[in-house]
Design a protein around this ligand. Sequence first.
Ligand code: ZN
Length: 373
Amino acid sequence: MKKFICLVQFICAFSTFVSAQESTHSHSLGTSLQFPNILGYQTLKCDLHQHTVFSDGDVWPSIRVRESLMDNLDAISLTEHLEYQPHLGDIPNKDRNRSYQIALKEAKDHNLIIVRGSEITRAMPPGHSNAVFIQDANKLLFTNYLDAYKEAKNQNAFVFWNHPYETPKNDYITYLHEVNKKLMDSNLIQGIEIVNTHNYSVEALQIAYDRNLTLMGTSDVHGLIDWDYKKGSKGHRPITLVFSKDRTQESIKSALFDRRTVVHYDNTLIGRDSLLIPLINECLVIKKSFYESKSLVLTVVLENVSSCNFILQNLSQYTLVENTDLIEIEGKSTITLQFKTKEILKQLDWSFNVLNAVNAPNSHPTLKKRIIL
Ligand code: ZN
C-alpha cells in the first residue's frame, strides 16, 4: 500500500511540474469557484468561518485574503475565537478586531468583502456560534454565554451555530439541545452549519428545515486551504452561496436573514428547492439541439457554466446512445447527449435527477428542461 501511495504522489508531483512548464499562474484559475447569478440576485461565494494566528489558526490574516482571491470568493469573515487565544504569548494583541483590520487592509486593492465576525466559544451546549456583521468584537466578551448572544443581537449581527454535531458523545450526531432551542426561539441564532470542514450533518439539515434556519457551509480553516481541500489540484473548500440583491455587506446580511443560501460542499449543492433548482438550471445551459440528416437521434449540446461537476440521472422515456442513465458533466465543460427519440420531435421535455444535489435529507432534486427544435 505504501508503495502505491508513493507512486501516486510521484505522478501528482510530475504532472504539477509538467503543467508548471506549460503555463504560469494557471493554478489560481483552475481552483476558481464559479456560479451564475439567478432570479435577479447575484450569486456570491462566501466563507464566513475562518481562523488566523489571532486565535488558534496557523496563518496571518493576509494569507486568508490571498487564498480567498485564488478561490474567486466574494466575501469572507475571520471569526477568531473570542475566548481562546493560544498564540497570545507570541502575538500579544488583545484587540479582538485586529485580524479583521489586517484583512481589511490586505483586501483594500482587491474585490473581496471582509465581514467583521467572531466565534462565541462555549462547551456544548450551546457550543460554538459565529456572529458576523458585528460592530465591535471586544464588546462580545462576557462570562455568561447569553450576554454574548444578546450583545451580538444588539450589534445587529447574523448568528449561526457552528459544527453542531460536536458533542462529548463524539457520535457526530446533531442534537437540538434545549439551550440551543431557546437561543433560536429568542432569535439569537438564525443559521446553522450543515457543513463544516469535511463534515456534512444530515441531522443539522433537518433541524434547519424544522426551525426555518439559514443553511451555512464553511471551511473553518485553521491551516492552509490548499492542504485541507485541494488534494491533487481537485477539490474545493466548503462555501455558502449567498443570493444577494447586490454586492454589498448590507445585501449579504439581508440575504442571510432571508435564508437565501445554498451550500457548496465536496462537489455537491445543498439547499432549498426554491433556490437550488433555479441555480442548477442556470448552471446547465442547452447550447444546441438538432437532428443530423437522416438520423432519428436527437443531439443536444449541454454546457456547464459553473465550476461544480454534475452527475445527472436521465428520467426521460428516451434512452441515450453513449450514456447509461447516468450523465457526468465536469465544471466549465460541454458535453453532447444523443437521445434515441425514434421519430423527429419538435420538442422534448427532458427531466433528470441531480444526484450530487440535496434538497432535503437523503433526497435529490428533479429538474426539467424544455428542448425546442
Ligand atoms: Zn471555528
